[in-house]
Write a protein that binds this ligand. Sequence first.
Ligand code: HEM
Length: 449
Amino acid sequence: MSIFQRIHLSVFPGKRNTKHGNSERPKIFRSFLLHFRPSAIPEKTLRLSLTWGLGSIAAVLVFLLFSTGLMLKFAYEASPDGAYNSIVYLINQIPFGRLLRNIHRWSANGLIFVVFLHFLRVFYTSAFTAPRQFNWVIGLCLFCAVIFSNFTGYLLPWDQLAYWAITISTSMLDYIPAVGTGLKEWILGGTEPGPRTLMNFYAIHTAILPALLLFFIPFHFWRIRKAKGLVIPRSPGEEPETEEKMADAMPHLITRDVALALIVIATILIIAMFFNAPLADQANPGLSPNPTKAPWYFMGIQEMLMHFHPVFALLVIPVLIVVGLLLIPYFNYEANTAGIWFCSVKGRKLSLISAVVAVVLTVAAVLLDEFFISANMDGPANLINNGLLPFGLALAICIGFFLLMKKGFAATNNETIQAIFTLLITAFVVLTIIGIWFRGPGMQLMWAT
Ligand code: HEM
C-alpha cells in the first residue's frame, strides 16, 4: 500500500473491495450519521404536515450563522472607531464580503422567524406534553439565546440604526424599579453605549451565546431521541396506535434532511444576492433618528410601553408571560392530545375565534389609548392610570375569556389553555406589527408606507 493509501485508510477505515467498490464505506458513513439521528423512526413522523421541517430549518440557519460568523471575525474590529470602517471595508473591498454579511444578517433574522413558527407548531400539536416537557423548557432557552444573539449582533456595525436601537432597548431597563438602571449600566459597561458596550456585546455575541447554542442544540436533539422521536401525528378523535410502523432513518429521514438543508441554503443565498443588509451612517451619539425604534423583534415590547406603565410593560407582563410559558407543559391536561393539530375540531374553532378577538381588541385598545385616553391626560403617566388600570382590564379580559371558554363553549383544559395562548400571542404579534409598520415620526400612529 502506498503512503497515500495508508493515510486514506486511516481516515476512512474499512475493507476495500476493488471489485464492487468500497463495500464497508456506506456502513461507516451510516453509523456516523446515526450518531445524530436514530436508526429507525415512526413512519408517520416523516409527514411534512407534522413539523414543516421547521426545527431542521432552524438548525441549518444556525449552521450558516456559525460558518459565516467565523469568517466575519477575520474582518471585524470591535471598537467604536474601527467597527463601522471594518464593515465598510468588508462590503466594499473584500471579495464576497458583502454577500457574507448579507447571508449572516438574513439567516439571523430568518432564524427568529423560523424558531417562532417552530415554537407555534410544537405548541399547537401538544408536543410539549410528557415525555417532552423538559424539551419545551430547553426550547425556550434556545429561543432566548437566538433573540439575544440577534440583539447583541445588531450593535456590532456601530451605525446609527444599531446605536439608537440599542440605546432605546437598553434605556427601557431604566424603568424597572430598584435594579433596572444598575442592570442597564452593567450590560452597557457605562451609562450609554460606548467602547465597553461594543466589547461586551462582541464577547457575548461571538463566545457566550454560541457556546450556549452549542450546548443546548445537541441537548435538545438528544431529548428528542430520549422521547423516542417526535409526537405521532393523529387526526382529531383518532386513538394512539399501540405499535407504530417504523421506517429506516437512512435514507428516508437523512435524504429529506439533506434536501431541506440544500433548499434553505439556496434560498438564503438568493435573498443575500438581491437584498443588502442595511447599513446607515456611522453612529452619532449626538443625533438621534426620528422615530427611534428597537429591533423589530422587540417592537411588541416597545409598543406595549406606549400603553402600559413601564413597570407593567417591562416587568410584570414579561415575567408573567415567561412564567406562563415555562409552566405550559406542567398544567393539568384532561386529554392526551399529543400529535393532534389544535387538540380537536372544537379546539381549531376556538383558536380561530381567539385570534380574531385578539386582533379586534388589540387594534381597538391601541386606537382608544392613542386618541381618547392618552390625549386627554395631562402630566406624567402614573402607576394607577397607565399601570394598574389597563393591566387590570387586560387581566379581566383574559379571565372573562377563560370563563367564556369553560362555561360558554364547554371547552376542555387543553382547548382553554390553547385559546388563552392564542389570544395573548396574537395580541403580541399585532402590537409588533403596529410598532414596526404603523409608527412614524415621534412614534405617532400613521398609515404604513
Ligand atoms: C435554535 C432553536 C431550535 C432548534 C434548532 C430546534 C430544533 C428542533 C428539531 C430539528 C426538532 C425535530 C423536528 C422538528 O420539529 O422540526 C425539534 C423538536 C422539538 N422542539 Fe425544537 N428547536 C429549536 C427551538 C425550540 C423552541 C423555541 C421550542 C419550544 C419552546 C422547541 C421545542 C421542541 C420540542 C418540544 C420538540 C419535540 C417535538 C415533537 O416531539 O414533535 N424547540 N426541535
